[in-house]
Design a protein around this ligand. Structure first.
Ligand code: MG
Length: 187
């Protein structure tokens, strides 16, 4: 089984430093829980370009980027027992070296590092399951009949479950769902 594991919003809680930087630069008073939609630069009153600029700034200070959960290294190893886990991420090239340092620092092992420019293009890649948080990817995956484990975040609460989309609120649940999908693929 081939598993595509996302970084931002799944392994790395990038929204935490993102809102901190946005608050400093734009006098906003945002907290992570305010980020209830994917296009949340509109809530912050900034442009999409500024959103991505802050995103790059946040990754430049990669040591300040917290993991979404404690002990992700062990959690990811658990998933690797069931298949090949690749990091599959949509991002600008300038952030890739920082992300790779972050993965080493948190001892998260993986087979390949795959980067696509447009996040939603990842769904076109050949994987049995995508572990992701982005609503746009989920809609696309369901249309293409690809399986997604949706990692619960405030910006994806409105995404409904479907035969192709299962929600996980923790990596413990991600592991259970990976095991279930593997069983089904064997049937
Ligand atoms: Mg993501």
């Amino acid at each position: 089984m081939k598993i595509a594991l996302d970084i931002d919003g799944v392994l790395a809680d990038i929204t935490v430093p993102w809102v901190n930087i946005c608050n400093e630069l734009h006098n906003t008073h945002l907290v992570k829980q305010d980020v209830k939609t994917w296009n949340f630069w509109k809530i912050a009153g900034i442009s999409q370009d500024e959103f991505f600029r802050i995103f790059s700034l946040a990754w430049r200070e990669w040591k300040q980027v917290p993991p979404t959960e404690p002990d992700l290294a062990t959690r990811v190893k658990g998933i690797q027992r069931h298949g090949q886990v690749d990091i599959v991420t949509g991002r600008s090239e300038d952030t890739i070296p920082f992300v790779k340092k972050w993965l080493i620092h948190h001892q998260i092992s993986y087979s390949h590092f795959i980067s696509v420019v447009r996040g939603e293009d990842k769904i076109l890649l050949d994987y049995d399951v995508f572990i992701d948080d982005a609503p746009i990817n989920v809609v696309r995956a369901a249309n293409l009949k690809k399986r997604v484990i949706l990692y619960n975040q405030p910006w994806n609460h409105k995404v409904p479950d479907s035969p192709w989309v299962r929600r996980a609120t923790s990596f413990e649940e991600v592991l259970c769902l990976v095991e279930e999908i593997k069983r089904r693929l064997k049937e």
